[in-house]
Design a protein around this ligand. Structure first.
Ligand code: OSB
Ligand code: MG
Length: 368
């Protein structure tokens, strides 16, 4: 395939409700969409960088800069067969870090390849199921009453697992109260690095809540303290922010920093890197699940495809379009079906992008 045109767009998408985590609140998403055109086919992907550098150093602005100045200019005219070829044409190895920017190129190329081969993306990557188990991630709530109501609503909608955001002061007592109200719900928590080993007594007390796991309790770059913590608590630690590559995953598994890994393709540089982490975890009997970054339907479609791999044995943060948006940018929208999500059967990401909708929501565009 010869790439004849590349587009980068920033679209503004208003969340149905603000999403608060320990490092800040998101109101509107500034979503970057990458479009690769080749042989009359169009590959789509989304960059998951956030509006602020609270979760990662990458932001919408840094990704725009890396994409427009470095990654995208090399693509037009390039002959590519695979996502690896696209990264090579973009000279991605010459750029240190910036996994989210790189992932958006890589994932658009996977969509392109699957469409050229006329197969669903899930099939191309070796997916093993036609529906994926899904959970929901609930942001920090102002009080316990709101939290209990929210959990009740999502359980009623059929979500197979509920994730609660926590931070110091909104932790043990809040969770024990919630557990009392919902004794049987599959619960997990995510601290987004809000704790330190000084909080060991609190973190140990979480063992009483009956959690599937605690996600990223400590600093984003601290594998050693996570290993020290895992030795002293029963609840499995799951790493999110700390895992940006297969190398990070090797380090974490070698040190015993976690017993579960959350794979977000947008965070680890794309689908090939996600598969490598998945395979590594499988060889260590470490379960993985697909995380989310408040994606539009485009990023969600990639996540759903990835979660069809065998080792994604735990429900992902892949919720229905309606959990985030009044209207999604793809058709059909993603809906919940008995606590699971059906994998689209169309070629590539399997959903159609609503280009008319995108055109009216675009705030800037670069064409190569
Ligand atoms: O830590 O998993 C996280 C959203 C934005 C940034 C980081 C995280 C999240 C979520 C939401 O938890 C997951 C989703 O539903 O997309
Ligand atoms: Mg997380």
């Amino acid at each position: 395939m010869k790439i004849d045109r590349v587009e980068l767009r920033e679209v503004t998408m208003q969340l149905r409700e603000p999403f608060e985590i320990s490092s800040g609140v998101t109101y509107d998403r500034r979503v970057l969409l990458v479009t690769l055109h080749a042989d009359g086919i169009t590959g789509w992907a989304e960059c998951v960088a956030g509006e602020t550098p609270g979760y990662s150093y990458e932001t919408t602005e840094t990704a725009w800069s890396i994409l427009t100045e470095y990654l995208l200019p090399g693509l037009p005219g390039a002959h590519i067969e695979t996502a690896a070829d696209a990264l090579e044409a973009a000279d991605a190895d010459a750029i240190r870090g910036h996994q989210m920017a790189k992932a958006s190129v890589e994932m658009a190329a996977w969509d392109l390849e699957a469409k050229a081969k006329e197969v669903p993306l899930a099939t191309l990557i070796g997916g093993a199921r036609n529906s994926v188990p899904v959970g929901v991630s609930i942001g920090l709530q102002p009080n316990d009453e709101d939290l209990h109501r929210k959990v009740g609503e999502f359980v009623a909608e059929g979500y197979a697992r509920i994730k609660i955001k926590i931070k110091p002061g909104r932790d043990v007592e809040m969770l024990l109260g919630l557990r009392e109200k919902y004794p049987d719900v599959m619960l997990m928590v995510d601290a987004n690095s809000a704790f330190s080993l000084d909080d060991l007594p609190r973190l140990k007390a979480l063992d009483e809540v009956g959690l599937m796991m605690i996600e990223q309790p400590l600093a984003h770059d601290d594998y050693l303290d996570h290993a020290r913590l895992q030795e002293q608590i029963e609840t499995p630690i799951c790493l999110d922010e700390s895992i940006r590559s297969v190398r990070d995953a090797e380090l974490a598994l070698e040190l015993g920093s976690c017993r579960i890994i959350n794979i977000k393709p947008g965070r680890v540089g794309g689908i090939a890197s996600s598969k490598a982490i998945h395979d590594l975890c499988a060889s260590h009997d470490v379960p993985v699940w697909c995380g989310g970054m408040l994606e539009s339907g485009v990023g969600r479609a990639h996540n759903v495809a990835l979660a069809t791999l065998e080792g994604f044995s735990l429900p992902g943060d892949i919720s229905a379009s309606r959990r985030y948006w009044s209207e999604d940018i793809v058709t059909p929208e993603f809906v919940l079906d008995d606590g699971t999500m059906r994998v689209p059967e169309g070629h590539g990401i399997g959903v159609s992008v609503r280009e008319d909708w995108i055109a009216q929501a675009t705030v800037r565009e670069a064409v190569f």
